[in-house]
Design a binder for this molecule. Structure first.
Ligand SMILES: *[C@@H]1O[C@H](CO)[C@@H](O)[C@H](O)[C@H]1NC(C)=O
Ligand SMILES: *[C@@H]1O[C@H](CO)[C@@H](O)[C@H](O)[C@H]1NC(C)=O
Ligand SMILES: *[C@@H]1O[C@H](CO)[C@@H](O)[C@H](O)[C@H]1NC(C)=O
Length: 669
């Protein structure tokens, strides 16, 4: 029995020794976990203490497979080390040993490498073991968000999709949290639904999508939604956010407003008006219709344009907004007022007033607004207010009065009316500057008589010897009449302009003195043929006879043809012919003598004539200066050989006088 007992004790001691020896001999110490980004290098430390030397140790590295088995991946001792073939780590592991630490390094860590590693150290007398979990991380891509593009109605019964967030390729699985205006959204029954879905990519990385569905209210129209993504990294948690999205919320209108978009300010007749109608709701896709009274008006969506409005278009305009979903009708209205200004009505007590009497006229235009009235005569404002009173009428009072009615508050509103006033009275001839004049014989003088008076006076032209002259023109003006007559000057003559109407008569006398160039003219007639080759000097010498006198006459060139005249005179009597022939002969002889003397160089006679020419020339110079303004007229007269129509310029008399036919003039060179 003793031997049995001794044997049991030995066994017990051996067991005890053995056990004690194991943890007394090799002690292993390892970190719980090692965290590393995928692709990087992981170092797993296995720290140990041992009573034996390093040379006696054998180290085995294992990992725990998915099924829980231990699979050796590396072995090393003092003489050798190797990686086990056929594992996921074979080509990427290496082991080192130094005082107190064995290190296993794994290159290019993969997501699949996230396993538990076991370090087993054996000595001659015992063994020690420890384990470490490897944690692998892969930061995901930047998250994205996509909102719904369509509008969301507040009338939807179920939560509507707001948007989707997605984050790709993270490890471990990232989380997505939805936010509305900086507040995280949690699922609420029938209100908020958040549906995440996770995909494991072929790379074993996680991609997460999350869809948000919500019941929206009108208040959500300004809300901003976004997602926050949280993911683990070695030693902590990171977070990124998506950008913000907003949603279109459709909500019905509760009120509708209508307004005049243009014109701004008051409306006048014939304006084009643009009315705008808008509900305070969104959709703008609600149907809008316009009504004026009971009349439906065609509009382009929320805009109604009325062209050329009249006062009949004034009134209340309704706009009805019909919601497309609920068919609820919301009305709005605005009142339009179209201002008007009727044509001016001008009334005068009399269209004809007598001299000294009072002239009274009124001007009225019916308008919806305050108006301003002013009276104008000859473009000048003469009075304000709608009543025009002119006391003590004179001929100056006669004429056209225009009243202009404007609306100060509305630009472009204006109406005009006119009234013509005649002032009754005895004719009054406006005295011209000159009624006394000298004219060369054979010229035709235009005499003008401007007469004021109403009724329009009759004008009668007579000469002192009782001959009645025919008017060449007769013009009725605002003030009265203007009459002209052409008088051919043969001798001194007195011409009367007698103007008569019911109220009396006025007369004007023109005295024309015929100048004595008659001889020269006659001489010219004879010498014409002889001197056709006469120099231009001689022609210009003839010009001095053109005289312009400041009078109310217009002397025009008459193509007085001396030969013709001569024929005329011949017929009047043989005696005259005889006398003329003798005269011509005498003159011919005289001319020959003078010519002879001239040729001989006797200057005595010539010098005298030259003086005469000079004198004429001086006169000519003056004349040219004076008539410089009327050159054109003179040319016209010369070309047309017709009467110049009476000039209209008031108060200024135009005279143009040109000499008689040039060939008639003496050329005594
Ligand atoms: C929604 O977002 C767009 C673009 O950022 C912006 O133009 C729009 O005004 C926003 N709408 C609302 C209602 O906030
Ligand atoms: C993700 O959500 C789960 C469950 O709420 C949580 O346990 C985990 O820690 C979260 N991960 C991150 C990275 O926030
Ligand atoms: C025209 O008036 C003049 C001057 O007053 C007068 O001598 C002449 O008789 C009047 N002629 C006629 C036709 O009335």
């Amino acid at each position: 029995m003793a031997a049995r007992d001794a044997a049991s004790l030995l066994v017990g001691l051996l067991v005890l020794f053995h056990t004690w020896g194991v943890w007394a001999d090799v002690e292993v110490n390892m970190e719980d976990r090692v965290e590393v980004y995928s692709g990087e290098e992981a170092r797993i430390n296995c720290m140990f203490t041992s009573t034996e030397g390093v040379g006696a140790l054998r180290i085995h590295w294992f990992y725990v497979t998915r099924s829980g088995e231990k699979q050796q991946i590396y072995y090393l001792d003092s003489t050798m080390k190797y990686a086990d073939r056929g594992t996921q780590f074979t080509d990427r592991v290496n082991g080192t040993i130094s005082a107190g630490t064995v290190v296993l390094t794994i290159n290019d860590v993969q997501v699949e490498d996230e396993v538990e590693f076991i370090c087993l150290i054996k000595s001659l007398t015992g063994a020690g073991e420890g384990c470490t979990k490897l944690k692998v991380f892969d930061a995901p891509d930047l998250p994205s968000i996509e909102g719904v593009q369509t509008g969301i109605s507040v009338n939807e019964e179920n939560p509507s999709k707001i948007g989707t967030c997605e984050v790709k390729n993270g490890f471990p699985k990232p989380n997505i949290t939805w936010y509305r205006n900086n507040t995280p959204l949690r699922p609420i029954q029938d209100e908020v639904e958040i549906a995440p879905s996770v995909t494991v990519e072929s790379s074993k990385l996680f991609s997460v999508r999350s869809e948000l569905r919500m019941k929206v209210t009108k208040e959500d129209k300004d809300d901003q939604f976004y997602c926050e993504v949280t993911y683990f990294v070695p030693g902590g948690i990171r977070m990124t956010e998506t950008n913000r999205i907003n949603i279109t919320v459709y909500y019905p209108s509760t009120a509708v407003s209508v307004w005049v978009e243009s014109p701004k300010g008051k409306i006048k007749e014939w304006d084009s008006i643009e009315l705008q109608c808008r509900g305070n709701g969104n959709p703008s896709s609600s149907i809008i219709s316009f009504k004026h009274g009971e009349k439906e008006l065609a509009s382009d969506q929320d805009t109604l344009v009325l062209h050329n409005v009249t006062r009949l278009d004034s009134g209340v305009y309704y706009c009805i907004s019909t919601d497309m979903e609920t068919f609820q009708e919301i009305p709005g209205n605005t009142t339009l007022f179209v201002n008007y200004l009727d044509p001016a009505v001008v009334r005068s007590e009399k269209a004809i007033v007598s001299q000294g009497q009072e002239l009274k006229a009124t001007c009225n235009a019916l308008s919806s607004v305050d108006t301003h009235t002013a009276w104008f005569k000859d473009g000048k404002e003469i009075s304000k207010g709608n009543t025009l009173i002119v006391k003590d009428a004179t001929f100056d009072t006669a004429g056209t009065y225009e009243c202009v009615v404007t609306v100060p508050e509305i630009e472009g509103m204006e109406t005009r009316g006119t009234v013509h006033i005649n002032v009754q009275g005895q004719p009054e001839i406006i005295k011209p500057d000159n009624t006394e004049m000298e004219q060369q014989v054979e010229t035709t003088v235009s005499l003008r008589c401007k007469v004021r008076g109403f009724p329009d006076p009759r004008v009668e032209w007579t000469t002192s010897d009782g001959k009645v002259l025919d008017e060449t023109s007769h013009e009725v003006t605002d003030e009265g009449v203007q009459s002209t007559v052409d008088v051919k000057v043969t001798s001194d003559i007195t011409v009367f302009c007698n103007a008569t109407n019911d109220f009396g008569t006025d007369a004007l006398t023109f005295n024309i003195k015929a100048t004595t160039h008659t001889t020269a003219a006659t001489t010219a007639a004879t010498t014409t043929t002889a001197t056709t080759t006469s120099t231009s000097t001689s022609t210009s010498t003839s010009t001095p006879t053109t005289t312009t006198t400041l009078s109310s006459t217009t002397v025009k060139p008459k193509t007085a043809n001396p030969p013709k005249k001569k024929v005329k005179k011949e017929s009047s009597g043989g005696v005259i012919i005889a006398v003329i022939i003798i005269c011509i002969l005498l003159l011919a002889i005289l001319g020959s003598v003078l010519y002879f003397l001239y040729k001989k160089g006797k200057i005595c006679g010539r010098s005298g004539k030259q003086d005469l020419t000079k004198e004429k020339s001086n006169k000519d110079n003056i004349v040219v200066e004076m008539k410089s303004d009327n050159t054109e007229e003179a040319v016209l007269l010369g070309v047309n050989g017709e009467k110049q129509p009476p000039n209209d310029q008031r108060g200024s008399s135009l005279y143009s006088q040109s000499q008689p036919h040039q060939k008639v003039l003496p050329s005594i060179s």
